[in-house]
Design a protein around this ligand. Structure first.
Ligand code: FMN
Length: 358
């Protein structure tokens, strides 16, 4: 099995640990994935909340400061590792977050939850930072590539194709089109790859995200034309994941029926444990919580107090409140039956005997 090179950065194993917001993937998880030979991503969204920099009012400044702290801590774990940042286009301070990621030494920026049309302009002073959009369709990959070429003479260094039928967190598809058997993950991977090759003579990695749990899934993804995989859910049930033990336990305890779709106040569907979704909503209504930070560009809770404050709901689950906290997860969360280490996952995906034989 080959490693993975994205822009100027190479790792021995073709695995990206997906960014998981509000400190599910912070320094500890990302640093340990990088240490074990994958690409570790710190998710920028909502870092302010668990940080000493946040004074209740300075959400955006604290978020960026906290991101720089997390990058420093991740590099303490894996000084030579490839560590990047997941930046969501849907967050209001997208530009500030991207700049903070570059200042803090991110080697790549992986960006979805919207189309990152302006990303190359924001990172122009940091040409070594690899740029990786997340898409769910060939059309989105085309739009981004055309715009980047026209406006910035820059191409994506890789593209992540995220499957809305399986991935965790916010999803890039209309809710009525999710889970109806219409989406073909690997046809999309191959379609993006062909487009880049035929239209632009570009050979960059195309990474499959969503539903990859074990070695068989990884091998299938590679056989179907992916150059690597991005995995989220599997890395939650590790000792190194930055979430509270109760969050990880919720994965261990859940069944297939507990996993479903909810509508985020950001206007996107999301995959989560849905058994407590009424309590998640009721929490903010009962306390008449006002929008504390204005963190999203578009938010139904901020404008109309519809649904709930998503950053607070995710923060509650991260801290172990399983009654009113929102637990994002991929469709494979029910497969979790024990807490492992990041090292064990890499040894299962890439057996030591096979590595020695290479
Ligand atoms: C708890 C959780 C939080 C997530 N948060 C984010 C996020 O902040 N930004 C993002 O782009 N993707 C986010 N994702 C998606 C993952 O990065 C990843 O692409 C996806 O979960 C892959 O599917 P898998 O979980 O089946 O491996 C999240 C996923 C989970 C499970």
């Amino acid at each position: 099995m080959e490693g993975l090179t994205i822009g100027r950065h190479s790792v021995p194993f073709p695995v990206i640990q997906g960014g998981m917001g509000v400190r599910i993937s912070a320094a500890r998880l990302a640093g340990n994935v990088a240490l074990n030979g994958g690409i570790g991503l710190i998710a920028a969204a909502g870092l302010a909340l668990g940080s000493e920099h946040f004074d209740g009012k300075n959400f955006f400044a604290a978020d960026n400061q906290a991101l720089i702290d997390e990058l420093r801590k991740a590099y303490e774990i894996a000084p030579d590792g490839v560590i990047g940042v997941n930046c969501m286009v849907a967050v209001k301070d997208f530009d500030g977050v991207v700049r903070a990621a570059c200042e803090g030494g991110a080697k790549l920026i992986v960006s979805g939850a919207g189309l990152p049309m302006t990303l190359p302009g924001l990172t122009a002073d940091y040409p070594d930072v690899a740029l990786v959009p997340i898409v769910s369709s060939i059309k989105a990959a085309e739009l981004i590539t055309r715009k980047w070429h026209k406006s910035y003479k820059r191409f994506p260094d890789a593209i992540v194709v995220e499957d809305p039928d399986t991935a965790g967190g916010h999803l890039g598809e209309k809710p009525e089109l999710i889970g109806i058997g219409q989406y073909d993950q690997y046809a999309t991977v191959r379609g993006v790859k062909n487009y880049l090759k035929e239209k632009w003579q570009l050979e960059v990695p195309v990474i499959a995200a969503g539903g990859i749990w074990d070695r068989a899934d990884l091998q299938y993804a590679l056989a179907q034309g992916a150059d690597g995989v991005q995995m989220g859910t599997r890395f939650v049930v590790t000792e190194e994941c930055d979430a509270d033990d109760a969050f990880k336990q919720a994965y261990l305890d859940c069944t297939k029926d507990d996993i479903g779709l909810m509508m985020s106040p950001a206007g996107l569907p999301g995959r989560a444990l849905i058994g407590n979704i009424e309590q998640v909503r009721q929490h903010d209504l009962d306390l008449n919580v006002r929008c504390p930070s204005g963190c999203l560009k578009k938010c139904a809770y901020q404008t109309a107090q519809e649904r709930f404050c998503i950053v607070r709901a995710l923060e509650r689950s991260r801290l172990g409140d399983m009654e009113t906290g929102l637990v994002f997860c991929g469709s494979n969360a029910w497969k979790a039956d024990r807490i492992t280490t990041v090292k064990e996952i890499f040894e299962e995906l890439f057996p030591l005997a096979e590595r020695a034989a290479v």
